[in-house]
Design a binder for this molecule. Structure first.
Ligand SMILES: [Zn+2]
Length: 281
């Protein structure tokens, strides 16, 4: 039956308009909910931040003289991941690494993990991950140990990626040193002072400065070593990125001493590096 509005009595008309306006309100409300469901990733339509959850692979050494750093850095990273809503996957060797496995990660954090002794499959997978721009990479400290060690040859491609350098020596008894912020316009260095002190490091030296092949973000002033050391390389970059590789990448030399996690400049630097790495271009 089609009911004409003009034939309604005033009371019927009021009820009709009331139901009609309610219907419009409910329809509009449902449209908003529907749109929100489309925007939200969650299938059961609960409010969630409109952002993709990031996956971070942390490759670390759980033995040797970097274990103390790892033991501080891993809980710190877990907390940061919880606060920033990203997932952490932890690995202590490269056996499970292949191209498909790496596909799921937005960032590979080589936390004091050496660049030698990798399986051929893992080497191939990291190379294509970096060259094809599949995510981001951060290397700390031991990732710069480029050479032939423990019966393994130097990974030539990795050495070239790091600026065509080869590890030469280190300050075994440690020294403090002043790091010079060379590019405070770069997001990784933002908020850091122009210079900052690192209380205890080994200050690796390489056969040459990577500067001609990379963009240097910071270097250490070797004149400020305390105690002084004869182990010096002159121009001594300690943080850099290689713009020739499609994947965002950053190497931070400092990463030996667990007390670095109590150094506000250092944790700020790491947080910056991770945030920058996870930011879409
Ligand atoms: Zn070390």
């Amino acid at each position: 039956m089609i009911l004409s509005i003009t034939k309604m009595c005033p009371a019927q008309r009021n009820r009709f308009y009331f139901r009609k306006s309610n219907f419009h309100f409910i329809t509009a409300h449902l449209q908003v909910v529907f749109l929100f469901c489309l925007i939200s990733v969650d299938s059961n339509c609960q409010a969630k931040p409109n952002q993709e959850r990031k996956n971070v692979l942390v490759l670390y050494e759980n033995k040797g003289h970097h274990k103390a750093f790892t033991d501080r850095a891993v809980p710190w990273l877990r907390q940061l991941a919880a606060d920033s809503s990203y997932e952490l996957t932890l690995l202590t060797n490269t056996k499970g690494i292949n191209t498909n496995f790496l596909q799921q990660f937005n960032l590979i954090l080589q936390l004091d993990y050496v660049p030698y002794g990798w399986t051929d499959t893992a080497k191939k997978a990291l190379k294509s991950y970096l060259e094809e721009g599949r995510g981001s990479w951060i290397g700390l400290h031991h990732a710069g140990l480029l050479g032939a060690f423990d019966g393994f040859p130097m990974w030539e491609w990795f050495s070239f990626f790091m600026g065509d350098i080869q590890y030469k020596n280190y300050i075994a008894d440690f020294a403090s040193g002043t790091v010079i912020n060379e590019d405070n316009t770069h997001q990784v260095m933002k908020g850091l002072p122009d210079t900052f002190r690192i209380a205890k490091e080994e200050w690796y030296i390489w056969n040459r400065s990577p500067r001609p092949r990379v963009h240097v973000l910071a270097s250490v002033d070797e004149k400020t070593y305390s105690p002084d050391s004869k182990i010096k390389m002159g121009d001594h970059p300690v943080i850099w990125t290689n713009a020739d590789v499609k994947t965002k990448n950053i190497y931070i030399f400092m990463g030996h001493d667990p007390a670095l996690l109590d150094d506000r400049n250092y944790t700020h630097l790491l947080q910056n590096a991770i945030a920058w790495s996870l930011l879409k271009n």
